[in-house]
Design a protein around this ligand. Structure first.
Ligand SMILES: NC(=O)c1ccc[n+]([C@@H]2O[C@H](COP(=O)([O-])OP(=O)(O)OC[C@H]3O[C@@H](n4cnc5c(N)ncnc54)[C@H](O)[C@@H]3O)[C@@H](O)[C@H]2O)c1
Length: 213
């Protein structure tokens, strides 16, 4: 396993805590993604499983949203980043006749969210993007699926006030906030040999908060 992230301090901390090596990349920059792919293949070998998890939020009302620092920045990382990574890694998976692509979208990409027009557009885009690539890659042993986390306790959500956190948890039928392990277990299943007949799917992992048809 290799972790790729834009933030070298996070990579160092993660490697110290887990022993899992990291490589730096800006997923929104295709040339940098290609450089990272070559580095990963040279140092660790070919990638059979790709998990597209990098994401940012730049929330604000649409009518006040800055075109560059809010709209384009979120589209570049959360949607174009997923294309860049798939574009770089899918050819090797096709050649070897096996691969697993797991794109992390969001419950908000399914249902919409006040103040997140940029994020919702990008995450809904990830759901759309996952289906045609699943169709294109299926014949080569490569599956592509999307996971929609609900409300998960991570650095992205930890900065919210206690009141907002509590009011959000009250909306979750299972009665608790999700943990990163809830998402990791889903990703781990989708990455397994046993999940070979699942492709083009959207899996909701949200404690019942939003039940898509
Ligand atoms: N936390 C939640 O409740 C929640 C809910 C739904 C979906 N998600 C999605 O799950 C994923 C992980 O979220 P998280 O809560 O762990 O967020 P996080 O902010 O803790 O982690 C996101 C990581 O992405 C990295 N990153 C940002 N821009 C990057 C870039 N250009 N290139 C490479 N790496 C970059 C950051 O450095 C960070 O380590 C995101 O895609 C997020 O949208 C999270």
């Amino acid at each position: 396993m290799v972790v790729a992230d834009i933030n070298p301090e996070s990579l160092d901390r993660f490697e110290t805590e887990t022993g899992i090596p990291g490589v730096q990349v800006n997923v929104s920059d295709f040339n940098d993604v290609e450089r990272m792919r070559a580095e990963v293949e040279a140092r660790f070998g070919m990638a059979d499983v790709l998990v597209n998890n990098a994401g940012i939020t730049r929330d604000g009302f649409m009518h006040k949203m800055d075109p560059a620092s809010q709209w384009q920045a979120v589209i570049d990382v959360n949607l174009t980043g997923v294309f860049n990574m798939c574009r770089a890694f899918a050819p090797g998976m096709r050649e070897r006749g096996f691969g697993r692509i797991i794109n992390i979208s969001s419950m908000n990409g399914q249902r919409g969210q006040f103040g997140q027009a940029n994020y919702v557009a990008a995450k809904a885009g990830v759901l759309g993007f996952t289906r045609p690539i699943a169709q294109e890659l299926a014949g080569k042993g490569v599956t592509a699926n999307a996971v929609c986390p609900g409300f998960i306790l991570t650095e992205m959500t930890a900065s919210m006030s206690k009141e907002i956190l509590e009011s959000e948890v009250a909306k979750i039928p299972v009665g608790r906030i999700g943990s990163p392990d809830d998402i990791a277990n889903t990703v781990s299943f989708l990455a397994s040999e046993q999940a070979g007949f699942i492709t083009g799917a959207t899996l909701s992992v949200n404690g019942g908060q939003y039940m898509a048809a």
